[in-house]
Design a protein around this ligand. Structure first.
Ligand code: NAI
Length: 399
């Protein structure tokens, strides 16, 4: 099968396995030469491990100094006779291949993080591979839906403003078109559903389940990722349905911190930088901000991707004697993004950006390249005209 990029709107419909291997290797190469992680954990559970921040965290912890064994949970589409499968599937495959080669334990669990069954499967894997305990739990799920495993009810998140409608522009990666749109405010049901999907409830449920199963090691920490962003993004993000869910996540971190204090551990919501991932390109109106931010931060030499953010989090912050936090007990990895000079320049760019000039003013080419690379395209070492042997991956997905 010859695999070419297929994008629908802002969603990738194809992924190249060999390119995904290159993306994993590129991150491994980065952490090998970066400032190493000291005092890091040895047994790590990552929920949402197959792409974006979760994958980067897994790579940093396995290859960036800590030499951690990992269990990764994710929900990805395996390849089949008619479908190539999702990038996350191949990321898992190649992470495991390279981690195992290095002597690390790397277990991939494909399942719905919200379900009881997946939680039970993870406890079993912790018993089998980690002698019953974990030292770090990373919650990095970005999902559009959540099914209540008891009633079968489905909550669907809606990324919308709260209170007032908001107008903004989105760039369709499919055809590079700038599309103006206006979003109506969320109904209270939509806001509630988004909280259920992206708030702290499931993170807490994971930690409670692990505590009840006696799977928490001494000094165990947990983190989950959040975003706040500058004022210009607040109407659609922080003041909208997603922001409400993130505030709930921040509050959850405080109750989890108390629970993990019994194990001499702690829980932290970690505020990251805005980055191109499978999930973030979905946020209406965010792309003009992202391409302006990329341009400014790259020019200043302060730009970081997921892997740079995760390696810095683990080597500079999370495993310090005292974890550096702000007044709301949040770990801030968005410090460089929010530098006043950076934000001034971003605002100026955004004020003059429109459907005609966005590709010249902003770093749209950089964003698009990164998006394609997330799906395994655009790597010089891969022959995209050669057929890919999908059968090999189909076999791997069934055993
Ligand atoms: P991503 O889309 O790259 O990764 C999401 C992960 O969640 C994947 O591993 C996917 O398989 C997994 N997942 C989704 N639904 C699942 C389910 N039902 N069961 C099991 N696994 C499931 O997303 P990204 O951007 O890395 O997001 C991770 C977290 O980081 C989210 O909480 C997001 O809000 C946060 N964040 C993202 C920022 C960004 O700019 N991308 C900035 C700051 C925070």
């Amino acid at each position: 099968m010859i695999i070419k990029p297929e994008i629908q709107g802002v969603v990738a419909r194809s992924a190249h396995p060999l390119g995904c291997e290159q993306a994993v290797l590129k991150q491994i190469d980065y952490v090998r030469q970066a400032k190493p992680i000291s005092n890091g954990p040895k047994r790590v559970l990552i929920i949402g491990a197959s792409s974006g921040f979760g994958l980067a965290a897994r790579i940093a912890l396995a290859f960036g100094g800590s030499k951690a064994d990992t269990i990764g949970v994710s929900l990805e589409r395996a390849p089949s006779k008619n479908h190539v499968g999702s990038a996350g599937f191949y990321n898992n495959y190649y992470f495991r291949k390279h981690a195992t080669k290095e002597g690390r334990i790397a277990i991939n669990i494909h399942g719905d993080a919200f379900s009881k069954q997946t939680k039970e499967q993870v406890i079993e894997a912790i018993e089998t591979y980690f002698e019953g305990e974990v030292d770090l739990i990373i919650y990095s799920v970005a999902s559009g839906t959540r099914t209540n495993c008891e009633t079968g009810e489905m909550w669907r998140s809606a990324i919308k403003p709260v209170g007032n409608s908001v107008s903004g522009s989105t760039i369709m990666l499919e055809n590079d078109a700038w599309v103006e749109s206006s979003l109506e405010p969320a109904t209270s049901e939509e806001a509630e559903a988004t909280l259920k999907v992206m708030g702290g409830e499931d993170w807490e449920s994971w930690i409670d389940t692990l505590i009840n199963a006696e799977s928490i090691g001494e000094g165990c920490k947990t983190i989950a990722f959040s975003y706040m962003g500058p004022e210009i993004t607040h109407p659609i993000y922080l003041d909208g349905t997603l922001g409400r869910a993130k505030i709930d996540l921040h509050q959850t971190s405080h109750s989890l911190n108390l629970k993990l204090a019994n194990f001499d551990g702690g829980a932290y919501a970690t505020v990251c930088k805005a980055l191109v991932t499978k999930a973030s390109v979905f946020i209406p109106g965010l792309t003009p901000y992202l391409i302006s931010l990329y341009r400014v931060m790259k020019e200043k030499g302060t730009h970081e991707g997921c892997i740079e953010q995760m390696q810095r989090l683990f080597s500079d912050k999370l495993f310090n004697q005292t974890v550096p936090v702000d007044g709301e007990r949040l770990i801030r990895m968005d410090d460089l993004e929010l530098e006043p000079e950076t934000q001034n320049e971003v605002r100026l760019l955004m004020n003059s950006m429109n459907s005609e000039n966005f590709a010249q003013l902003g770093d749209y080419a950089g964003l698009k390249d990164e998006f394609l690379q997330l799906n395994g395209f655009g790597f010089s070492g891969v022959d995209y005209d050669a057929p890919a042997n999908i059968d090999k991956y189909i076999k791997a997905s069934t055993c």
